[in-house]
Design a protein around this ligand. Structure first.
Ligand code: PGA
Length: 257
């Protein structure tokens, strides 16, 4: 089953976050999404509890996601949010290694690995994001960068935990730029990532792993991307803030399932 995430980033306010969550929940109910596409939304931390309530009251299958976390359990880490706090307010899935965390906030592969393990150790689902910058792509380093980020991100993760992990391939040059990877480019990168996972674990783990594509996905290009054999859904930024556009992407995912 494909998985589609809506990463709201540092957008919305309390009222619009609740409205957006309610409209995704409504769409999921009327389109019988359960069993066809897994849906997660990732509001800013401060709106998680209220969005959790909105989804709960709607009896929704839409999962509540967090955009980041800290890997320590508790203590003197001013400004940080632990996985147990996220769980406490109903979070089911957490993003790690998003390109904005890597390239704007300066997170290293080692920190991303600690966060990924903290999420999985707490029993939650995790989406580990990887992807190359434009310079790296132009230098022919796409596969090497993805391989390094996948290997580092998954260090110490068990085969059992891999059942709760999704990888999002998000080429940095395609995020928020309106420039999307071609379906063939995405397919090639995804197949390579799956091969890396197979070498780290085994063929079944690799075959069962879902790999999302992210980077300027819209209603108009989702179908061709999701039709690629190794593209198992998408991680959506800008287009997830408009419920009609996000729901068009969800429809494309259902069509590809
Ligand atoms: P975008 O962002 O859809 O706005 O390109 C994708 C992401 O950052 O997950």
């Amino acid at each position: 089953m494909p998985i589609v995430g809506g990463n709201w980033k540092m957008n919305t306010d309390l009222a619009s976050a609740k409205t957006l969550a309610a409209s995704v929940a409504q769409w999921a109910r009327t389109h019988n999404a359960a069993g066809h596409v897994e849906i997660a939304i990732f509001p800013p931390f401060v709106y998680l509890a209220e969005v959790a309530r909105t989804l709960r009251e709607a009896g929704s299958v839409v999962m509540l996601g967090a955009q980041d976390c800290y890997f320590e359990a508790s203590g003197a880490f001013t400004g940080e949010i632990s996985v147990s706090m996220l769980k406490d307010v109903g979070t089911q899935i957490v993003l790690t290694g998003h390109s904005e965390r890597r390239h704007v906030l300066g997170e290293s592969d080692a920190i991303i690995n600690q966060k990924t393990r903290a999420v999985l150790d707490a029993g939650l689902e995790c989406i580990l994001c990887v992807g190359e910058t434009l310079d790296q792509r132009n230098a022919g380093e796409t596969d090497a960068v993805n391989e390094r980020q996948v290997r580092a991100g998954l260090a110490g993760v068990t085969k059992e935990q891999m059942k709760r992990l999704t990888i999002a391939y998000e080429p940095v040059w395609a995020i928020g730029t309106g420039r999307t990877a071609t379906p063939a480019d995405a397919q090639q990168a995804h197949a390579r990532i799956r091969a890396v996972v197979q070498s780290l674990f085994d063929a079944t783990t690799a075959a069962d792993l879902r790999i999302q594509y992210g980077g300027s996905v819209k209603g108009s290009n989702a179908v061709e991307l999701f039709n690629e054999p190794d593209v198992d859904g998408g991680l959506i930024g800008g287009a997830s803030l408009k419920s009609e556009e996000f729901c068009a992407i969800l429809s494309a995912a259902i069509g590809s399932s």
